[in-house]
Design a protein. Structure first.
Length: 374
């Protein structure tokens, strides 16, 4: 068995682990210099343009809250900061809801995000939901990165077409973008009575007041992850707590950072003594310069989404800027630390896309996972 249901973290305020995969083959890796330099150049181009500081925030996806290494949570005003607001959000296009006659739902989520029986490959809680409600759920782990997923469905969303999903899970800043642009349907809370179990600190968020369009699936931290044995063999220590250690030349070509620039740039800015939640253009440029330097030197091997896990498991990659849930799910041979200089707090949220044809069924899934007994 893997991790317990992830929505519990939103109900109880606990850190949830992502479940270990049934199997996770090592993906073919392209040379990192091209991929990472391209990403860094794109960000650098944004900084050198005439964009305002607010646009820089939006472009990089940075708008979340920085947390100290000693912190394990956030206040209500801190959680879920984003550049957008649901106030005045355009109404999403809707389709006839087929839920009463077509007992199906399509759900897109991140990898390692639902409990699983490693022997059968089934998701126990999801199977229990299907058995109890007679709704067949197609569960797909195809959200590897917010921007990557958005790129796959953006044209359909902009053209007012159904993207073939009834439920998606996206991080705060991307959820804000969907809500602002009318890509998410307003929730019918009558179908989600268990939403009352949402803890207050996650109920009051700037981008969606009062959670009309989204509900949290899981919260966690962006920070330092590592393979303990590989790190011990290389640095002589089975733990890292600073970006100075991450950028140790002994780890050259054996580290990755997240394509979620909100987390990567946030950790770098905190390391440089700046506040990722409130920074100047010059401070942002300093962080870009550092990222570019680490890329060009070959210190950073690759910029990745969720797929850094396989390389970390194999020992091919030793340390990462990664997500807490992934590292905890991998087990005791792996570690996670909020950097001493500070890390990032994030929340992934459930939304129902515009024109989703099984809205009520999706809301029933939300309600089920907000039952503390699940």
């Amino acid at each position: 068995m893997g991790a317990p249901n992830s929505a519990v973290s939103a109900i109880m305020g606990q850190e949830l682990t992502r479940r270990p995969p049934v199997s996770y083959s090592q993906p073919e890796r392209n040379p990192m210099s091209h991929q990472v330099s391209e990403a860094a150049a794109q960000i650098a181009g944004l900084a050198k343009s005439s964009l305002s500081r607010r646009r820089l925030l939006q472009a990089a996806g940075i708008g979340g809250v920085a947390i100290a290494a000693t912190a394990c949570g956030a206040s209500g005003s801190d959680a879920g900061t984003a550049t957008g607001t649901a106030t005045g959000a355009p109404a999403a296009a809707t389709a006839a809801d087929l839920s009463d006659t077509d007992k199906t739902a399509n759900w897109s989520n991140w990898p390692l995000y639902l409990d699983i029986n490693d022997e059968t490959g089934e998701y126990p809680t999801l199977k229990a939901f299907q058995d109890a409600n007679g709704i067949a759920v197609t569960y797909t782990e195809d959200v590897n990165d917010n921007n990557e997923f958005y790129a796959k469905v953006r044209t359909q969303l902009e053209q007012g077409q159904d993207i073939g999903r009834d439920l998606v899970v996206l991080t705060d800043w991307m959820a804000a973008l969907w809500i602002e642009n009318g890509y998410a349907q307003k929730l019918d809370k009558a179908n989600i009575p268990n939403s009352k179990n949402l803890i207050p600190r996650l109920a009051d968020v700037a981008f969606d007041k009062p959670r009309d369009y989204s509900l949290p699936w899981q919260s966690g931290f962006g920070g330092l992850g590592y393979n303990k044995s590989a790190l011990k063999d290389t640095l002589g220590s089975d733990k890292i707590t600073t970006l100075d250690q991450l950028f140790d030349p002994k780890l050259k070509g054996r580290i990755t950072v997240l394509s979620e620039m909100r987390d990567t740039m946030g950790c770098i800015m905190a390391w440089q003594g700046n506040n990722p939640s409130d920074f100047t253009d010059d401070q942002f440029s300093q962080a870009i310069e550092e990222l570019t330097k680490q890329v060009d030197s070959g210190q950073i091997r690759q910029v990745t989404g969720n797929d850094y896990i396989a390389s970390l498991e194999s020992g091919d990659v030793i340390a990462v800027i990664g997500w807490s849930g992934d590292l905890f799910a991998l087990g005791e041979d792996f570690g996670f630390e909020i950097p001493e200089s500070g890390g990032m707090l994030w929340t992934d949220n459930m939304l129902i896309p515009a024109l989703a044809a099984h809205k009520k069924n999706a809301e029933m899934i939300m309600n089920y996972y907000y039952d503390p007994k699940v």
